[in-house]
Design a protein around this ligand. Structure first.
Ligand code: NAD
Ligand code: GLY
Length: 374
């Protein structure tokens, strides 16, 4: 596929998440937000609450509210402050305040309109308000469309660790309107590419080849390229989540690059580097670790590093401490959710297209961090 300026609407596509009674569709296409038909299968309720943030609200909240108006007699909107640094208890409480102030009942449907921060917090609020109310993911970032809106992980951050407080709670529906990606800042587009690139080494090298061949089209936001990338990413994630919803094992592979990346986010202070940027350099570190464990060759690490760099992402990790940088990474990574009894578990590539979870000696991890930090 060549990069082009074609802007024709792609027909909507669906990917199904198969989880028994918690199954739901991911709808991917253009012109979805404003179309009442998009929302026609949702449960009826007297009220709905749109949860969004100060950046996304002026762009899309009115349009979503208008499309939902025929379905929900009363629709309120709560506008959260924008930023990873606000993914915390205080902001979560603003959602509960709005729900209670508006007398929301058990059937009230929550709509998460925004990126992964809004999606993760809205999902957590939906999981806990009255012990569970329905919610819908309306992701408006590339990262949220290819990853965070799918699979039911919801969370807030703790100063000591990323996404440490949350719940598994599936949405009723995910609607990826590709048109919303037109207003996304370039840096955020690159952050989303990190999670797309991730799916290649862990699950699908044919997709990795495709991303390499179509990176320019993705960076140019060519609609057909975006549609394919979102759909294939959701298919891979749906397949993994369908086998292991609550991360008893397999689902951990979706965290390739995240153990290092979460340390970057927490270590620099949430919001300093974007989640996708932490994942970008984190994948280089995890691939380098895989190579030093003798699992993959240096040529593949270089190939992955080149793609991450071309996507506009950092390939070197930041310094998190002036005296013992590797020690600080290790300290932060011990708070990772995969860690057991203080032992860090790394997602490694055991062959291109296949991932596994492994431990590694501290000395080796230190060497990798030293080699991979700027
Ligand atoms: P984000 O939610 O902070 O959004 C990025 C920025 O883009 C924000 O400033 C936002 O206001 C803005 N924005 C959103 N949509 C826009 C649009 N259409 N036009 C213009 N601006 C827009 O960040 P993100 O990258 O979407 O998500 C990152 C979060 O997702 C992290 O907290 C991460 O932990 C979480 N995450 C969760 C999962 C999961 O499975 N639940 C998976 C991956 C990441
Ligand atoms: N983003 C990792 C997961 O959903 O499991």
């Amino acid at each position: 596929m060549q990069a082009s300026t074609v802007t024709a609407a792609a027909p909507a596509e669906q990917v199904q998440i198969h989880l028994g009674e918690r199954s739901y569709p991911i709808v991917i296409g253009t012109h979805l937000l404003d179309d009442p038909a998009t929302w026609a299968a949702l449960p009826r309720a007297s009220t709905a609450l749109i949860v969004t943030n100060a950046t996304v609200a002026p762009l899309y909240a009115q349009r979503l509210q208008a499309a939902l108006a025929g379905r929900y007699p009363t629709i309120h909107t709560v506008v959260l402050p924008d930023g990873e640094e606000f993914k915390n208890w205080a902001t979560l409480n603003l959602i509960f305040d709005a729900l209670l102030q508006h007398g929301s009942d058990r059937k009230t449907v929550l709509f998460a309109l925004g990126g992964g921060v809004v999606g993760d917090m809205t999902g957590f609020a939906a999981a806990s308000y009255m012990r569970g109310v329905p919610f819908v993911q309306v992701p408006t970032t590339l990262l949220a469309q290819v990853d965070s809106s799918v699979g039911g992980k919801t969370a807030i951050n703790h100063p000591l660790g990323k996404n440490m407080i949350g719940a598994f709670y599936q949405p009723q529906l995910v609607v990826c309107d590709l048109d919303t990606l037109r207003t996304l800042p370039k840096r955020e587009l690159s952050a989303g590419l990190a999670e797309i690139i991730k799916y290649g080494p862990i699950a699908d090298m044919a997709f990795f080849d495709w991303i390499e061949a179509n990176l320019d089209a993705l960076l140019a936001r060519e609609p057909a390229a975006l549609a394919h990338a979102v759909k294939r990413s959701c298919e891979i994630k749906a397949n993994v989540v369908g086998q292991d919803e609550r991360e008893a094992g397999l689902r951990a592979i979706l965290n390739f690059g995240h153990t290092f990346g979460h340390a970057v986010e927490a270590g620099l202070g949430y919001g300093a580097w974007l989640h996708g940027e932490g994942v970008g350099c984190g994948m280089v570190m995890a691939a380098t670790l895989s190579q030093r464990l003798g699992l993959i060759d240096a040529a593949f690490v270089q190939r992955l590093t080149t793609l991450i760099g071309k996507a506009g992402l950092p390939v070197k990790g930041p310094q998190l401490a002036s005296t013992d940088n590797a020690g600080r990474y290790l300290e932060l990574m011990r708070v990772d959710k995969k860690a057991e009894a203080g032992e860090i578990k790394f997602v490694v590539i055991d062959a291109p297209g296949s991932a596994a979870v492994r431990t590694a000696p501290d000395a080796l991890v230190r060497a990798v961090i030293d080699a991979c930090c700027a």
